[in-house]
Design a protein around this ligand. Structure first.
Ligand code: ZN
Length: 573
């Protein structure tokens, strides 16, 4: 019965994407009779309050929640018109909200092959990787000479423990241009046709700061290009046309919907991409909530420009805040820290502690201007030195928690305990990134030492300091999978099994808060979504198990059954 009902809803919504595509219609009075759905028969977690709260039933009408409570009351409210969904023991909760990631990358990724190893993908050895590429060629009927681009390649996770070469690729795919992007995003392996296109051969000099791997006893390129040898190639890669990008809006959003998300963040938006997103919104191609953060480097193009109004939805798109990037990444050793990296700088510098992208003075002026224009701020700040700068700038602007400015500190990774009370006083909101404990936990211990590594993304300490926090994937830096994010925040276990800060492990309910109520608060939407509460959007996710009742080690294996945006099924497993 459950399956049939869901299938019915799916047919009436998912397959007519244009009907799905206008989640903001709540402001438009519809003459048609109300659509409504009653959900019951499983654990329904409301995410209302600091302790788990369960209800028996929820009624959705015209995209909003109109009843939350016991089944008898729900039936009274519901009457008998509409769809009844028996959860049959499954769990329903508010849908997940991306707190920080890069939606535009998702558009590019749907045209690429996932050649990652577990848990991001399924590739365990080189033959499997090559099979993936061939399957993609066949499925998409890529003609000879066409491009096959893979992502997520990590030689350390392959059985062979070596880099794939152009010889491996040419034996299987001699007629196509093949380029496999390394998981670091700082390199790729190319086959012969792609190297030819890139104009790289035995006569090409290795640029400074770059790597061109060569075949044994020869000057002939082996396929791998890294850093400065790769960057020009990456920039030259053919981009999809605007028309193709519009077509890709649906599969890109489905990457999120299939992981239970109804909100995606475009976490550093170039004006060109913002214009594209506005066009997509105009053409009703958006069925999630997409929030764009235009970059500070193009402020003159968007500040005070009526074409780019902040804080309001237009057909699913909202311009949320200005994004400032203050420093680099901890794994790249470009985060600004107050103690030298133990392993030197990225190019072997001694006494290296990273850099900020702009000076304190520039940051202060920028912050001042944005506050004067009521533009919210989201500041990429990783190292404790950059966090010190950011605290100073909020102080010099005279802002406190009383101003409710909710400046989001994106990543906030190498935080010190003394920062937390300052965040609370100044009204700063950390958006954490606990997948680092898994992907780079071991690297951080080497680079920065045990103590600082243990305190990365300290959700527990932040909560104790009274802060509302979120947790993100920085997609496509790490996978979107919300259950893997949850698991990393609860287990804090590295790839090699090291525990990265046992005292910062959190419980499942707190982990769910960082994916629902926390992200909603950060974008001033705590009264619109993130909870199951009357008057809020009917944005739900249905999953097989209740994570609040699972063993920690099982949580990462969950997957999404159904994702619902404003009452409509946008994904069905
Ligand atoms: Zn990011």
């Amino acid at each position: 019965m459950f399956k049939q009902l869901l299938a019915l809803v799916a047919i009436t919504t998912l397959f007519g994407c244009s009907e799905v595509a206008s989640p903001q219609k709540e402001s438009v009075k519809s003459p048609s009779p109300s659509q409504q759905t009653l959900y019951y028969g499983g654990d329904i977690i409301t995410m209302n309050g600091e302790q788990p709260e369960y209800v028996e039933a929820v009624v959705e009408r015209d995209g909003k929640i109109v009843y939350v409570g016991d089944k008898a009351g729900a039936q009274k409210k519901f009457g008998n018109q509409g769809t009844e969904i028996d959860l049959q023991g499954k769990t329903l909760l508010p849908s997940f909200l991306d707190a920080h990631g890069h939606f535009i990358s998702a558009i590019q990724m749907v045209q690429q092959v996932n050649v990652a190893s577990p848990p991001m993908g399924t590739v365990e050895d080189i033959p499997q990787l090559i099979q993936k590429l061939k399957d993609y060629r066949d499925k998409n009927q890529i003609p000879a000479g066409g491009w096959i681009v893979g992502w997520g390649y990590d030689q350390d996770l392959l059985t062979e423990k070596r880099h794939i070469t152009k010889l491996d690729l040419d034996a299987a795919l001699p007629d196509h241009k093949v380029l496999i992007i390394h998981v670091s995003m700082h390199g790729a392996v190319l086959n012969a046709k792609a190297l030819e296109w890139a104009d790289i051969d035995e006569n090409t000099q290795t640029p400074s700061g770059g790597i061109i791997a060569r075949l044994a006893d020869s000057n002939e390129p082996a396929g791998l290009l890294m850093e400065m040898a790769y960057m020009p190639v990456f920039e030259k890669l053919p981009q999809p046309s605007q028309e193709e990008m519009l077509e890709l809006m649906k599969p890109a959003q489905m990457l999120y919907a299939s992981d239970g998300y109804t909100q995606a963040i475009e976490g550093y938006t170039h004006i060109r991409d913002l214009d594209f997103l506005q066009l997509a919104a105009e053409q009703n191609k958006i069925f999630l909530d997409i929030l764009s953060l235009p970059g500070f480097d193009q402020m003159e193009a968007w500040l005070d420009n009526p074409k780019y109004p902040f804080g309001e939805y237009h057909n699913g798109l909202k311009i949320q805040a200005c994004k400032i990037t203050l420093d680099g990444s901890p794994q790249g050793k470009t985060a600004l820290v107050t103690h030298d990296y133990l392993t030197g700088g990225p190019a072997g510098e001694k006494h290296w502690h990273g850099e900020s992208s702009i000076s304190q003075n520039q940051l202060d002026q920028l912050t001042q201007t944005l506050f004067e224009h009521d533009v919210p701020l989201q500041i990429h700040t990783n190292g404790d030195g950059a966090i010190d700068m950011m605290i100073k700038t909020i102080e010099s602007a005279g802002k406190t928690v009383a101003d409710d400015h909710r400046t989001v500190i994106v990543h906030s990774q190498f935080q010190r305990p003394d920062h937390l009370p300052r965040y609370a006083e100044l009204g700063l909101v950390p958006a954490y990134f606990t997948q680092h404990t898994y992907y780079w936990g071991d690297v951080h211990i080497n680079n920065i030492g045990r103590e600082a590594a243990n305190f990365i993304s300290p959700i527990k300490a932040a909560k104790e300091a009274g802060l509302i926090t979120s947790n993100h994937s920085d997609f496509n830096v790490t996978p979107l999978n919300p259950f893997f994010i949850m698991w990393t925040s609860m287990a804090r276990e590295s790839r090699t099994g090291e525990i990265i800060g046992a005292d910062q492990r959190i419980d499942a309910y707190t982990a769910l808060q960082t994916l629902t109520t926390g992200p909603a608060y950060q974008v001033f939407e705590e009264n619109r979504k993130g909870k199951i509460k009357e008057g809020m959007l009917a944005d739900f996710v249905i999953i097989d198990n209740n994570p609040l009742k699972q063993k920690v080690s099982d949580i990462r294996n969950n997957d999404v059954v159904t994702t619902i945006k404003e009452g409509k099924v946008i994904y069905q497993r």
